[in-house]
Design a protein around this ligand. Structure first.
Ligand code: NAD
Length: 424
């Protein structure tokens, strides 16, 4: 029997949420007690101080984290978040979801995540570059193509990944593109990586609509969060023929029952930076967006936005979790009880991003690059397989779709740990 430890280091609502998901899944597959704790808790973390010279000559010290949840199934993999509300508990929860996601879709990776407590919109480009390089410098001992591979997440992007890759490469003395994915194409980035997460979300939504016999051309979509994932999901779904009736960012949302022109909204964002004051549509709040009547609701911003207070008010038929952890466990239970909403759980729904990150890493290591069509075709094949395995697990054990996905992901990590022994 293993002794149950409770991690005080990561203590937070979002970490408890991920732990609870683990416990429910572990019970559902009768995971032996002896393997539970080491499959559940993160393996290690590094917390760093990041002094950055500001443009006015002063120095600000930021705090940064990297949490590596699991290194038993390959090098760990996960994005880096720059956001003012980042906590080590949030980063730990995100690292757990990365483990289960990589395992669910069959990638040879464990899970990790990074974060810095900073509002990147308040830094100049030069300050952001200094912060990004300093973060990589401090993390060099725990990152590497065979150890842990970084990627973009909320508040980080291709340019930041490029600075990080350059910092790492200068340190090791040779070009090492495979330490980071989501890089600019010129530095070894993959065709299709920028749009991969959104393209994957849209593809899975299309597949589930087909299963439900709902024509995509008659479906309406509301998307919370219009960053990389939200905007790429919107573009791909619009291309499939869906009508995007609402989008939002941290300043609030826009609603138009006739459909929003996504290209126009993106062009506006290029210079205005936020959707605030966007005139083509009616202004709504983020809370109102979640409660809109629509075929597909896509939370694509932060965790825990669907909770026990608004779960009963959702009016969608599909809840496509593009964000990580957007639905609290309490809300999840309420939605299951309602029985009228199909959830595409996060670790399946947004897995397109890490799948194409894996392709980028493979291309970097082989020094052989694929076309966009090749990338998208291989991405869809992996998503089809993952969706089929989730549906089979759901049918076989009469699980919810989330439990089916979690049990597959967690079960495979546990199996690897069991086979290897106590150390990894
Ligand atoms: P991003 O920084 O590009 O965009 C985030 C968007 O959310 C922005 O539009 C921002 O304004 C908005 N936002 C922030 N706070 C908000 C709030 N309180 N209410 C409403 N909107 C808010 O980040 P992203 O890369 O698009 O990531 C979005 C989500 O997708 C995150 O949960 C992330 O973990 C997940 N995800 C990202 C990737 C990826 O490849 N980037 C892959 C898998 C999952």
């Amino acid at each position: 029997m293993s002794k149950v430890i409770v991690s005080s280091l990561y203590d937070s609502d979002v970490f408890k949420m991920a732990c609870r998901q683990f416990d429910v899944a572990a019970d559902a597959i009768s995971l032996p007690e002896a393997i539970r704790d080491r499959t559940k808790y993160p393996r290690r973390c590094l917390c760093v101080a990041l002094p950055v010279r500001r443009d006015d000559g002063t120095v600000t010290v930021y705090e940064g984290y990297r949490v590596q949840h699991n290194l038993s199934t390959g090098p760990s993999k996960g994005g880096i978040r720059f956001h003012q509300n980042v906590t080590i508990g949030e980063v730990a929860a995100l690292s757990m979801w990365m483990s289960w996601k990589c395992s669910l879709v069959g990638l040879p990776y464990g899970g990790a995540k990074g974060g810095v407590i900073v509002n990147p919109s308040q830094l100049s480009e030069n300050e952001l570059e200094r912060l990004s390089r300093r973060y990589m410098q401090e993390m060099i001992s725990v990152l590497g193509p065979d150890i842990d591979i970084a990627a973009p997440d909320v508040g980080t992007n291709e340019k930041i990944m490029g600075w990080m890759m350059d910092t790492y490469s200068n340190h090791v003395g040779h070009n090492e593109p495979a330490v980071v994915t989501g890089k600019p194409i010129a530095l070894g980035g993959s065709q299709g990586r920028r749009e991969a997460t959104g393209a994957g979300v849209a593809y899975l939504v299309k597949k589930y609509l087909e299963d439900m016999k709902i024509p995509i051309k008659k479906s309406t979509v509301a998307i919370q969060g219009f960053g990389n994932v939200g905007s790429e999901t919107a573009l791909a779904l619009a291309q499939f023929g869906a009508k995007i009736i609402a989008i939002s960012d941290y300043t609030g949302g826009i609603y138009d029952a006739k459909g929003i022109d996504i290209q126009k909204a993106l062009a506006y964002l290029q210079y205005a930076k936020t959707l605030k004051d966007y005139h083509l549509g009616e202004s709504i709040t983020n809370e109102q967006l979640l409660e809109l009547k629509c075929t597909v609701l896509v939370p694509a911003a932060l965790e825990r936005v669907i909770h026990e207070k608004n779960a009963k008010k959702l009016r969608c038929q599909i809840l496509a979790e593009a964000a990580n952890g957007p639905t609290t466990n309490g809300a999840d239970r309420l939605i299951e009880q309602r029985g009228d909403i199909q959830i595409i759980p996060d670790i399946l729904c947004n897995s397109g991003g890490v799948v194409v990150s894996y392709f980028e890493w493979l291309q970097n290591r082989a020094n052989y690059y694929w076309t966009r069509d090749e990338v998208i075709e291989k991405l869809y094949a992996i998503l089809d397989k993952a969706k089929d395995s989730v549906e089979a697990q759901k049918r076989k054990f009469k699980f919810s779709r989330r439990l089916a996905a979690l049990t597959l992901g967690i079960g495979r990590v546990a199996e690897a740990k069991q086979s290897r022994g106590l150390f990894p």
